[in-house]
Structures are given as structure tokens and as C-alpha cells.
Design a binder for this molecule. Structure first.
Ligand SMILES: [Ca+2]
Length: 410
């Protein structure tokens, strides 16, 4: 069942004046204002669904109507399928709760098996536990040297956490970006401290920007790592360098068996700054990535794939390079950070774009992105599914920040 448009809460409605006019013609004008007039590569076009009436137009795609912005007919140069006139726009997420618990620049949220959320704060290097709506500081991760976009970044929970209690973190140190793991101590009130960090993978290049930082265990039990080019443009195309890559590691930090370049941690290359990793129900890996001043990307990741940076951005169809599945031509609308896939919809939080993007997926094909909450909650850094199915979203506005808890779908 699709949520009815009138269930979009007033607090969740977009505040961008450019999307207040619901008529299709005006919406096209609005897209021009927002810099989306160039259109999404691959037949994608902006659907600004922060307004209930606009959402109603989007939802009409379900009925196969041809006037919907969700039924773009532009040929898809990515070769991943033409527009999908029967493809439904994702229903609007419902805001269940806004957790004002004094977070400071949160970067990543992960969940323990009992549902406790663990949040990393980039600059303070603190880990914060959230259970039943209450936040408790866990510990400060030692060895973090914040600066620019670096600091305490991504977190990942061991697939066998119940027995090993490992919490993994990607952090910026004095000399590099590195992955550590720490045993999480717990008392009756929840997580209460950390064991000594064990460095399992050092040597990822650091810089003031483009540090990557997302880590996540895949369905194969391996640890996937999104790195950035660290302002070293020669690294992404060099499969012997760690910058501008998605890495695939064993839980101990070794190159995972079966990697495409042999005994090498590199899984895919030619990336600029990977910020989100998520798997769909069929086990495909998708990744969000910041472009330069143009062409933010959602990519379908294949082992050994070359995603183009710095040779190309977006989906130019260059031989030997893998096109993005979704391209946001204007990074002012996107900067897609954390990524999560629920019920066939990829959600990504936009930093500069200050909105939640939802991209319906159909196998290896990405549909038309839909925007929610434009301007409503500021910059969004991470999205993650809780064990109960809720979608958590972290803001990144500087002091104080908060977590939104959404019901992603009825
Ligand atoms: Ca690319």
C-alpha cells in the first residue's frame, strides 16, 4: 500500500520555495531553478516530493499515467533500461521521532543486535549509545586526529558481535586513515566502554578533504570500505594505491579471498569519494559518491569495475569505464552521503542538498530519484536501517545535531 499524500507531515514538507508549485509545468520551471534542468543522466529527473501535492503527482506513476514526472521518457545512455512507466515512486517516509540528544557532528550510526544505536561523532571522536530514546556517552576513541573532513568516521558492527563484541571504526589518525576494531563493553544500561583498539588496516591516505570513511560488512561477511582520493588524483586509477577505492577485507583486515586483483584489498576503483555502501535484497552492492562541482553519483558496484574518476564523471558511456546509475548534475541538490536500501528503495542523505533522496531500484536498474524534506532538517549525513525496520537519519548541521527516526514504508 502506498501512503496517501496527505500523510506527509507538515514538519516533513520541503521548505524550498522552488518546489511549492505542484503543477507539472511549474515543476519543470522549479527544476530549472534548482539546476536540474540538465536532467538526471540515465533518464532520471528530479521529483521534488517535499510537497504533498507534488507527491500526489509522483504517486500517479503507479497508475501508469504518462503525465507524471516519475515517467521520464529520456533514453537511458547508461544502457540500464529505459524509463519505467509502471515504476512507483517510493512512498513518503513518515517522521516517527526527532531525537534531540545533543549530538555533535555525528557521522555514522550502526545498531547492535539488541537495537541499541551507536553513533560516531567526527570531531569529538566520541561514541554515543542511544537506547529507548536516551543517549549515553560510551567512550572517546583514542588516536583520532580530526581535521577538515577527517576524524571519527564510519562504524561497523561485527556480524558475530554477540560472541566477539567487535565494533569497527574508520578514523583519521596523525598519519593516515585507518580501520580499528574495539571490543564494546556493556553493563545493564547498555554499552559502557571500549577495549584497546586493534589497528587492522592502516595506510589509507588522508587529507583535509576526500577521506572516504564508510565501512560495512557485506552479506558475505567481508568488510567493505569506501575511501576517497585524498586529493591525490593519481590514486583512483592505480589499483596498487588505496585512495579512491572500494576495498574488501576479511574481518582481520586482510585482502578478502576472491578479490578481483588477487591478494589485493581493492574491490573497485576509479572513485572520487565514496560515502555510502548498501546491498539490495539480491546482494548487489550500491555506493554513493561525491562528484566534484558536478555529477554526484549512485553506482552499482561490480568487482574490478573502474568507475571513472578522475578521467570522467557521471555516465558518459566511455568504453572500459562503468557509468553511474544515477547522476545528480548539480551537487547543490545532493552530495549523497550515507546509503541504505529498504524494500527495493535506496535512501541517501544529502549534505549540501539538505534532503533525503529515495531511488527505487529494479534489479540493476535505478529509477527516478525522489526528494523528501528539502531544507527541512538541514544537512543529512547518514541513513541506516534499525533492526525493527525503522530508518534512522543523522543530521550534520553543527550544534546540536539530531537523529530522525522514520518509518520508511507502511
Ligand atoms: Ca564515476
Amino acid at each position: 500500500m502506498l501512503r496517501q499524500p496527505d500523510s506527509v507531515r507538515p514538519g516533513a514538507a520541503g521548505t524550498d520555495p522552488a518546489i511549492r508549485n505542484p503543477s507539472r509545468q511549474e515543476q519543470h520551471t522549479a527544476m530549472g531553478h534548482q539546476g536540474a534542468g540538465k536532467g538526471f543522466t540515465g533518464g532520471q529527473r528530479l521529483v521534488a516530493a517535499g510537497h504533498a501535492l507534488v507527491l500526489a503527482v509522483a504517486l500517479s506513476a503507479c497508475t501508469g499515467g504518462t503525465s507524471s514526472p516519475g515517467t521520464a521518457a529520456t533514453p537511458n545512455p547508461a544502457g540500464s533500461g529505459s524509463s519505467r512507466t509502471g515504476q512507483a515512486a517510493p512512498p513518503a517516509p513518515e517522521v516517527l521521532q526527532k531525537l534531540d540528544v545533543g549530538l555533535q557532528l555525528p557521522w555514522s550510526v550502526v545498531f547492535l543486535p539488541d537495537g541499541t544505536a551507536v553513533v560516531s561523532e567526527r570531531d569529538s571522536a566520541r561514541l554515543v549509545g542511544i537506547r529507548d530514546g536516551r543517549a549515553t556517552p560510551i567512550a572517546e576513541v583514542p588516536g583520532v586526529v580530526p581535521g577538515g573532513e577527517g576524524g571519527l568516521l564510519g562504524l561497523a558492527v561485527s556480524p558475530s558481535f554477540v560472541s566477539d563484541r567487535w565494533l569497527y571504526a574508520y578514523l583519521t589518525s596523525e598519519t593516515d586513515n585507518r580501520i580499528v576494531r574495539m571490543q564494546l563493553k556493556e553493563d545493564a544500561d547498555g554499552p559502557s566502554g571500549l577495549g584497546t583498539p586493534e589497528v587492522i588496516f592502516p595506510g589509507i591516505p588522508k587529507a583535509s578533504t576526500h577521506n572516504g570513511g564508510r565501512i560495512r560488512f557485506g552479506p558475505d561477511g567481508m568488510l567493505y570500505v569506501g575511501t576517497g582520493d585524498s586529493q591525490r588524483r593519481e590514486q583512483p586509477q592505480d589499483t596498487d594505491a588505496l585512495g579512491g577505492k572500494i576495498l574488501r577485507l576479511t574481518p582481520e583486515g586482510r585482502p578478502a579471498p576472491g578479490n578481483p586483483f588477487g591478494d589485493n584489498p581493492v574491490y573497485s576503483y576509479g572513485h572520487r569519494n565514496v560515502q555510502g555502501l548498501a546491498w539490495d535484497a539480491e546482494g548487489r552492492l550500491w555506493a554513493s559518491e561525491f562528484g566534484p562541482d558536478v555529477d554526484d553519483e549512485l553506482n552499482l558496484i561490480l568487482p574490478g569495475g573502474n568507475y571513472g574518476w578522475p578521467l570522467v564523471t557521471g555516465a558518459p558511456g566511455r568504453s572500459g569505464l562503468t557509468d553511474a546509475k544515477v547522476v545528480w548534475p548539480s551537487t547543490s541538490e545532493a552530495s549523497p552521503s550515507g546509503l541504505e536500501i529498504i524494500n527495493g528503495v535506496a535512501y541517501t542523505g544529502a549534505l549540501r542538498g539538505q534532503r533525503l533522496w529515495a531511488v527505487p531500484l529494479d534489479g540493476p536498474t535505478a529509477g527516478t530519484p525522489v526528494a523528501y524534506f528539502t531544507g527541512g532538517y538541514g544537512r543529512l549525513r547518514d541513513v541506516a536501517r534499525a533492526p525493527n525496520g525503522d530508518l534512522w537519519v543523522l543530521s550534520n548541521n553543527k550544534n546540536p545535531d539530531f537523529a530522525l527516526i522514520l518509518r520508511s514504508q507502511p
